[in-house]
Ligand binder design. Sequence first.
Ligand SMILES: Nc1ncnc2c1ncn2[C@@H]1O[C@H](COP(=O)(O)OP(=O)(O)OP(=O)(O)O)[C@@H](O)[C@H]1O
Ligand SMILES: [Mg+2]
Length: 257
Amino acid sequence: MNAPLLDARDVTVRFGGLIAVDAVSLAIPEREIRGLIGPNGAGKTTFFNAISGLVPHGGAALRFDGRDMLHLPAHRRAAAGMRRTFQSVQLVPQFTVLENVLVGMHTGIADNPAASVLGLPGGNRGELGAQRAVIEVLEFLGIGETLLQRVNQLTFAQQRYVEIARAIVGRPKLLMLDEPAAGLSPGDVKMLDALLRRLRDEWGMTILLVEHVLSLVLEISDRVTVLDNGRMIAEGSPAEVADDPAVKTAYLGNENV
Ligand SMILES: Nc1ncnc2c1ncn2[C@@H]1O[C@H](COP(=O)(O)OP(=O)(O)OP(=O)(O)O)[C@@H](O)[C@H]1O
Ligand SMILES: [Mg+2]
């Protein structure tokens, strides 16, 4: 069997006395869509932050695309081909879609969008190629017409797509999405479902999807990993996980079930 694209072992994140992520191991083969679910506060976003290098973590190993990532800073991990979106939209509202997505071409600065937009080089030839890449990705997402609009003029769903555009414009191998369906209408969730499948099928991406909209996760994921209180409590096919007594118990009393 081929080595997994992402192989994280024993990832642990502590905030003072709280163990937000407790020895979580996750191995994702190429071209898999992996769901990562769990009740509020389970540690999903913190796990993302650990993998992408935004919070320090203990970990026995973190390999990505055959390389050891454990001691690399966030921008080097992004440059290696792992990109993510944020649970709350993190765009610069008064900047255009083009400007916001261009940030994603500059992997060294992509993890601090607000600060980095200000430092963008303008008008040189490299930038022209970057602009073409932005246009291409917006058209792929069906929001080509927003290119020169300011982000604060867009609908919420369009803003979510701009975030995804910024994450995929550099053609990462691994796309990590933190609740991309939050706040979307059922129709928009359907479009998102189709889009994620196309990213996998046509662009060959591997996707790690954190999401409370369980209908989407269970429908689209090849496998699902479940966290609760920082620990992994289940992993398997969507059907196996949905039927798991520990998972049902974890979600009891949770409005998202
Ligand atoms: N910067 C931080 N400092 C202290 N505690 C934190 C910090 N970030 C997260 N936590 C705590 O770590 C735990 C896990 O939080 P996390 O945001 O990763 O959960 P989550 O699974 O993403 O939840 P949600 O579904 O609500 O987004 C929670 O108890 C949270 O309060
Ligand atoms: Mg979260």
